[in-house]
Structures are given as structure tokens and as C-alpha cells.
Design a protein around this ligand. Sequence first.
Ligand code: ADP
Ligand code: MG
Length: 448
Amino acid sequence: MLRLEHLVKDYYTGDEIVHAIRDLTVTFRDNEFVSILGPSGCGKTTLLNIIGGLDNYNSGNLVINGRSTKDYTDKDWDTYRNHRIGFVFQSYNLIMHQTVLQNVALSMALTDVPKDEREKRAAAALEKVGLKDQLNKKPTQMSGGQMQRVAIARALVNDPEILLADEPTGALDSHTSVQIMDLLKEIAKDRLVIMVTHNPELAQQYSTRIIRLRDGVIVSDSDPVREGEELEDEQKPLKKPSMKFGTALSLSFNNLLTKKGRTLLTAFAGSIGIIGIGLIMSLSSGMQGYIDRVEQDTMTSYPVTIEDNTMDMSVLMSAMMDRDEQGEKKSYDGTVRSRAFADKLLGSIADTEKNNLTAFRKYLNSPGGQELKETASAIEYNYGITMHVYNKQAVGDKLVAVSPNGLMDELGMSDMINLRDQFMGGMSSAMPGSEVWMALPAESSLRD
Ligand code: ADP
Ligand code: MG
């Protein structure tokens, strides 16, 4: 037994409210053929959808076999839709790329009926609606009346207690409509059929009860349930719907295959995304590699040098900057300016510090220095010893000093070299301009 109590359904579209159903109360018997008539937009489809559990209501109550659907869980609704309700639509809603048999068998996908049993039942349901020899046709090869028969077979295959039909003959000619109505009448012999229709004559001729709707309320009911009428109201236990993993998989796979274009496009779009990410990652890793290489090259040409004597270059720099500033201010007094600069320069040179390189080398060779050693590509030691190399000249058997380079001496600039050596101390190794002979780097990759 199905009962609707003060049911209300509003639709909200933007700021507007559409009152599709307003305060509707009606009871359906377990076995009757009800036709619902009414003008377009009066809420017929909405009513069927609510009864079928395809839409929810705003207030009021829908009572199914004595139990209010207010406390239905999602699972309860699934069970209800799957086992108690069969739906037939005006537009058939068939899957066009599957055969008639598959279409009907599909509605058993959520049951635990084995596969061959499903096909048997589907074939039996199709035989019932007169399509015994069309099992392997596709819906596209069929007429409207035949497609509606397939839809009815699909609605019946789970043997529902209630069949809901929304204008099932709306798209059919009168001759085919009569055939479909005959079929529905036959079906209504042992269950509740609620049919929405535009055609009052067909309703009059076939159904056992006619309900007229207008603006979401019942305006007439040809055979209302009277008070005190005995109605079955027991709660029947229901099987839970469930889909086997294999079924779900094969359904999804089928779906993928039938929409090849879309699947391809999706795959293509997805791969663009993945390729894009890959591209960005390879670019960034390439960039990082390049930076590392540049860093390494730079470090090779400008190694960290630790001398036994150091001079704080920053003091020298700031002394120069200072001079510039003062120079601008006191440009008229040249003597004072250059004196101050010379003082600072000499002061900074006096500021040199000594490094204990012997201890440092010891530390490098101790286990503690191992880590530092590993971070460097190569460590070289320079002892500031000049190698003396002489060349026996071909003419006159004369010995000529090749290293240290005697060129400067010959040019009379040996004083300059000495001065430089005095000032820079061991730093000469960092400015190897005048050296002809040099020790090879320890790291073989740096020798080219
Ligand atoms: P019928 O099937 O009797 O022609 P419906 O039940 O489809 O009428 O619609 C009843 C009213 O509710 C109509 O005014 C319709 O515009 C409105 N309506 C139906 N469905 C929706 C929806 N999803 N959103 C907004 N309004 C809707
Ligand atoms: Mg409608």
C-alpha cells in the first residue's frame, strides 16, 4: 500500500519558487490501474518521480507499506527503487548501442541474479511484451511502439510491486497506443500501475481509477480509498541491491568502448596534462643541472684559496669609497685627501693576518677533515717554491733561465716583480700571469 500525506514539493529556480505539488493526500491500493490526468505543468511528472524515489519532497509524508520514507536511508531508497518500482518513460530511455536483451538484462545488474539467469529472465519478459524474436536487435532498429515494449519489459523484469508510467503513449500513434495500453492493463492485473497520460479516452477505457490534477492538487478522484476500507499494510522484508565487481567493471568497459571519441579525447587531454607536468619537471631538472655545472665551472676557475697571510679586502674597498666621498667634498684640498687615502691603505696592509696552514693541513688529513675533503673536487697545496729551469741555448752553449721568467729582468722591471712579491706574499699563485711553469692540478679532469 502506498500513501501520500499532505505532500508538498517546491522547486527553486533563482529567486523564483515553483509550487509543483501543494498539499496532496492520496492512497493507492496494491492492485489497481490508476490514470493521472491534468494539463501540462500541473505536477504529474513530479508526483511520479517522488513516488518512484527519484526526487525528494519538501514536507508531508510518503508511506510505503506502513513505513514512512522520512527515515529511509540511501540504501533503503536503492532497495525500493530496485525491487519495488518499475519505471516507463515517454522517451523510452533505452541504451541505444546495446541490444534489446542487454537493455532488459541491465536492470538486473544491481541484483545477485547470476548472468545466464538474467538473460533467461530478460528473454521471458521480452516474450511477455511480444518481442520474442527481436532479442538481438538494437533499439535504433525498432519502431516507437517496440521501444516502449522494451522499456516495459525492462520495468517488469525485476517483478516490481508498482509500475510507474509517465505518458507511455505520448510519442506513439493511436493504433500502437492501444497495444501498449492493453499490455499495461494486463500488467495491472497483479500489481499497482500508476500512469500519467494526456489522453482522457484511453484513461477512461483502460484504467480502474482516474485522478485529475491541477496546479499541484487533486481536483477529482474517481475511486478514492474509503475510510475503513481494509488495506494490506504489512512490511515486507527486501533484498538489498548489490552490484558485483565484475559487472561494474564490464559495464564501465562497455561504456568506454561505445564512446570511443570521448574516451580518446579524454585520454588525449589527460596525456597533455601529464606531458606538461613531465616537461616542466624535465625543464626544472635541466635548469638545476645547468646551474650546478656553471657553479662547478666557476668554482674551478675561482677556487677558494687560503693563504698564510690574508688581507681584508673590504677595508681596502671602504678606504677607496671613503676617499671618493671626501674627494667630492674637499676637492680643493688635494694633499689632505691623498694623504688620508695612503694612511688607510697602509693601515689595511698592516692589518694582514696570519693563518696557521700547518694545523689546517693536519686537520684536513685527520678523520674530522674528511667531510670537508669530500665536498671539494680537489685540494691542492702550494708551497711558494719557484722551480728553477734552465735552457741550454743552441747558439753558444749558453744557459738561459726559463723559470723564473727572466723577461722582466731583461726589461729592467725586476724591481717591480720583487715589490709585487713583497706585497702579495703567497698570493702570486692566484695571479699566475708571469709564471711559465706551473704545477698540474691534482684533479685530472681540470688539467685540459
Ligand atoms: P507535468 O509533468 O504535469 O507537465 P511537471 O511535474 O513536470 O509537470 O512540472 C510541474 C511544475 O514544476 C512545472 O511548473 C515545472 O516547470 C516545474 N518543474 C518541474 N521540474 C522542475 C525542476 N527540476 N526545476 C524547476 N522547476 C521544475
Ligand atoms: Mg510531465
